[in-house]
Design a binder for this molecule. Structure first.
Ligand SMILES: [Zn+2]
Length: 463
């Protein structure tokens, strides 16, 4: 028994080494630095976000209304449109390693077709089609966004966004700005005056397990709409007036597949091939000594997208130079097959680049901290970033911290990209103080700190 166990272990190790070798060739980086400067689960000091080229090919722009894809597509099941799996992003780059083309540490899983919405169904779903799935609109005087649980699923977010557009038709607009790897809509909420020259992008929960920030975004949106509709004020100015010359774009769920995995496990992924990849990440991270967690725990603390790519290392700021990550799909620190290779990255880029964007804010957890600076040399840009960080610090009470420039050990993140590559002031806001996923018990404090952020930004940039 013991011998066989030992033999199995050796066999597994050999298989993994083979797998890494194959993938390593494709990635063009040594597999020797596997456990480099990016320990599994690290937030990587939160400050480094950056990203890649222009908006990519997220063709779903401009779609108005909600696409509650799921409902109808689930009923029209079976119509296996495997073609759509290849996704929006990686067509131009090499295929993602997956158990299908890589020796797996365990026996290969049996593929089962999973019903999924097609791109067409996402576009076509009308409000009427959604009604059966949505249920009742909460009665007037009742909040749409509930704060009794932190598990805020994609379906709930879609439903609540729809209700918000119904209750506040002139105040809340919702579009689809991209499509995740698993074909979920990436929603973009637009507040304020779109004709303004002052646009701001805020995105939340790019790291899956930081999904408490999706709840924060939804609360910010509803409170804004409620206050604007009710004639509310901020620092003596009417909220409606504050938003007359500014437009804020929010992506409450920037990484919907990953967030769903962290909330509900592998079954939340509709494509079997993606479940295989995420499961493979766990096996690989386990054998590499990057995690000792069982599968359930591993998934609950998952950070990447459904390709096993750490989105905050997928942006085009030092992407090529960064070599201390993990050269294979993982919960974190795998930078992807190319800068901005992932559709979620592309959605974030698209929103910023299709508007005259004054600044970009990335919500992460945890730390109660605002990272800025990124050691850019342009004085004007640095001053603008200092103002942004100071304004947010004043609104939230969070301290500010200088983030260093990216290098071979430190991947450039989303904010690095906007600062270094796009020349747009950017900061990273880290909410909460516990270990992710943060519990609902942290939410009241996070809300208290961040409830005025939208108003503050409107005050700063809408004048
Ligand atoms: Zn993060």
């Amino acid at each position: 028994m013991k011998k066989r166990k030992k033999r199995n272990k050796i066999l597994l190790t050999i298989l993994l080494v083979l797998a890494l070798g194959v993938i390593g060739l494709g990635i063009g980086r040594m597999a020797g630095r596997l456990v480099g400067a990016c320990p599994a689960g690290s937030e990587g000091q939160g400050s480094q976000e950056q990203e890649g080229d222009i908006g990519g090919d997220a063709e779903m722009s401009g779609i108005t209304g909600l696409s509650s894809a799921e409902a109808s597509s689930r009923t029209e099941s079976g119509t296996t449109k495997e073609e759509s799996l290849s996704g929006t992003s990686s067509s131009a780059s090499e295929p993602m390693p997956s158990p299908k083309n890589t020796p797996s540490p365990t026996s290969p899983p049996t593929p089962t077709p999973t019903p999924m919405p097609t791109r067409e169904s996402l576009n076509d779903i009308s409000v009427q089609d959604m009604s059966a799935y949505l249920g009742e609109m909460p009665p007037d005087g009742t909040d749409i966004v509930g704060t009794d649980t932190v598990d805020y699923t994609y379906e709930e977010v879609a439903k609540d966004l729809y209700f918000l557009t119904v209750r506040y038709p002139d105040l809340v607009k919702v579009r689809v700005c991209g499509e995740s790897v698993d074909k979920r809509a990436i929603y973009e909420v637009v507040l304020g005056n779109e004709a303004s020259e002052n646009h701001i992008e805020i995105h939340y929960a790019m790291h899956s397990r930081e999904y408490i920030n999706t709840l924060l975004a939804m609360r910010q949106i509803e409170e804004y709409a409620k206050n604007a509709a009710g004639g509310g004020t901020y620092n003596g100015a009417s909220i409606r007036d504050l938003f007359s010359n500014v437009c804020i774009h929010l992506l409450p769920m920037a990484n919907p597949d990953g967030e769903m995995v962290a909330m509900g496990g592998l079954e939340t992924l509709r494509l079997q091939s993606l479940r295989d990849i995420v499961h493979w990440c766990w096996e690989s991270d386990t054998l590499l000594g990057r995690t000792a967690a069982d599968l359930d725990t591993y998934l609950r603390t998952f950070k990447a997208n459904a390709h096993g790519c750490d989105l905050n290392k997928n942006f085009d700021a030092g992407w090529a130079e960064y070599s201390d990550g993990v050269p294979v799909p993982s919960t974190d620190c795998y930078k992807g097959t190319g800068a901005a290779s992932e559709p979620e990255t592309q959605a974030i880029l698209k929103v910023a680049h299709e508007n005259p964007t004054r600044c970009v804010i990335a919500y992460h957890s945890a730390g109660n901290m605002i990272y800025w600076n990124y050691e850019v040399e342009d004085e004007l840009l640095l001053n603008a970033d200092r103002d942004l960080a100071a304004g947010l610090s004043e609104a939230t009470g969070y301290a500010t911290s200088v983030s260093p420039k990216y290098n071979v050990h430190l991947a450039g993140g989303c904010s690095d990209y906007f600062m270094w590559t796009a020349g747009i002031p950017a900061v990273t806001v880290e909410t909460g103080q516990g270990t992710c996923p943060l519990t609902i018990y942290e939410f009241p404090a996070i809300w208290e700190s961040n409830k005025n952020v939208l108003y503050k930004l409107a005050e700063m940039y809408g004048g």
